[in-house]
Write a protein that binds this ligand. Structure first.
Ligand SMILES: [Zn+2]
Length: 443
């Protein structure tokens, strides 16, 4: 990015992520490239797009009730897309960790009748999902839970082949809030779901072992980084910004590169994810003026169901406000420290206004409309949403949060592996072999 002043270190950003759309027509070609990339993978990140989830609550007192709700959803809905982002570690040079990433978005649809939730359809449509195109070209599959109820139909189950190949690669697999994804994957591409949640946990534990560990970016964000906000867009964008700053400051950062040439170029859809210019140039002045205009529901959860909500839903502006508030706290602490130091030395206090304008917390206030016009971002909205991109964001986040270990060539599998977050709970679900009566929850 040549957007910083002369003489400064250029920051590492990602301008766009090329996502290969895999459909019924190009499957044979794509699976070859997919397996080739898989054979070099260090991390596999997976995300699903579903036809709906039904009435899923946030708070369940018992794991069994939560599992029953997810199982009911999985056995009545279809998987619309399987996003897979493959990352292979290429080089560690100084403090830079370089990966090559291949991102695939498999368009899928159950061959059997399924339920579509209107809210999910509206969400997908508002993010550029083309339903008629999907019907024409998606990869049909027979869900594993219907295997015994249906006669074989001379159709090869391509998606089961894909999932088998992922498991056979024997490398860590990443999800974001993966309980729903794992229930759907099991039910659609593996086997009939067991009736009891304990048995399901036991079966997952046998799938995700030490080599093929399960990593969850939401769990890591909440329990390793200790962040109270953990929706995927927030996690990715925040860590992408941090990575940029780390690279500019010559601290440990990651570089992601994408394939330039392969037979799938014509199926690549670039998803723009350039950081906003004012962020890269650190021209953040006035950003706090926007705070009252932001939607608090969106800020906390990444979505807002209030019909006609006129507040702003923009992840970059949310992160601007967060960053400026943190700078304010740091500046206050610094002033306090300087006051104590100078009084102890019996010297005059620090001269105010010494900060350079580039680092000013909230300097000369520009007009809020002008700020909004210049800074509103489209990242995360419109056509930029697909399961492939979500899988990429998940993998990026997992690698970034583990970068210090990776730099020291240590395994990224630790006490935070093989644990899934439970929405609305202050503990996760640890995957371990089922022995009835044994506690599976961790705090
Ligand atoms: Zn809202």
């Amino acid at each position: 990015m040549e957007t910083v002043a002369d003489g400064e270190v250029t920051g590492e950003s990602i301008s766009e992520v090329p996502v290969v759309e895999v459909n019924e027509q190009n499957f044979s070609l794509a699976i070859v490239q997919f397996c080739k990339a898989l054979s070099r993978a260090t991390l596999i990140a997976v995300d699903l797009e579903l036809s709906g989830l039904g009435e899923i609550g946030r708070n369940y007192d018992h794991l069994q009730s939560r599992y029953d709700a997810y199982k009911k959803a999985a056995e009545s809905r279809s998987v619309f897309a399987v996003g897979v982002a493959l990352f292979s570690l290429r080089k560690i040079k100084g403090k830079s960790i370089k990966y090559k990433s291949h991102v695939f978005n498999f368009l899928t649809m159950s061959n059997h009748p399924f339920v579509v939730d209107p809210d999910s359809l509206k969400f997908l449509r508002s993010h550029g999902f083309d339903l008629s195109g999907h019907c024409e070209k998606s990869i049909g599959y027979t869900p594993a839970h219907l295997r015994d109820a249906t006669k074989p139909k001379n159709r090869k189950d391509s998606m089961k082949v894909v999932w088998r190949a992922i498991l056979d690669a024997n490398v860590p697999i990443a999800f974001h809030n993966g309980l729903v994804d794992t229930v759907f994957i099991y039910s659609h591409f593996m086997d009939l779901l067991p009736a009891s949640s304990d048995e399901f946990v036991g079966k997952l534990a046998s799938v995700f072992n030490d080599k093929r560990a399960l990593l969850d970016s939401k769990y890591l964000m909440e329990y390793s980084v200790r962040s109270t906000t953990s929706f995927l867009l927030y996690v990715f964008r925040k860590l992408q910004r941090q990575n940029f700053v780390e690279s500019k400051s010559e601290r440990t950062y990651q570089k992601i590169r994408f394939p330039k040439r392969n037979g799938l170029l014509e199926y690549m859809l670039p998803v723009n994810c350039e950081l906003p210019e004012h962020v890269m140039n650190d021209q953040m002045d006035g950003g706090l003026l926007i705070k009252p205009l932001l939607c608090t529901k969106y800020m906390n959860h990444g979505f807002c169901k209030t019909s006609g909500c006129t507040n702003i839903h923009d992840i970059d502006l949310v992160l601007d406000v967060e960053e400026l508030e943190q700078r304010k706290v740091r500046a206050r602490r610094k002033r306090r420290h300087e006051r104590i130091t100078s009084s102890s030395k019996n010297e005059e206090s620090i001269v105010p206004g010494k900060c350079s304008s580039r680092n000013a917390v909230d300097g000369a206030s520009p007009n809020v409309e002008t700020l909004l016009a210049a800074r509103r971002s489209t990242f995360g909205s419109g056509g930029s949403h697909n399961a492939g991109m979500d899988a990429f964001m998940t993998g990026f986040a997992i690698l970034y949060m583990n970068r210090m270990k990776i730099l020291r060539e240590k395994p990224i599998v630790d006490e935070h592996s093989n644990v899934l977050p439970l929405t609305g709970k202050h503990f996760g679900l640890r995957l371990k072999a089922v022995t009835y009566g044994t506690e599976t929850l961790v705090s």
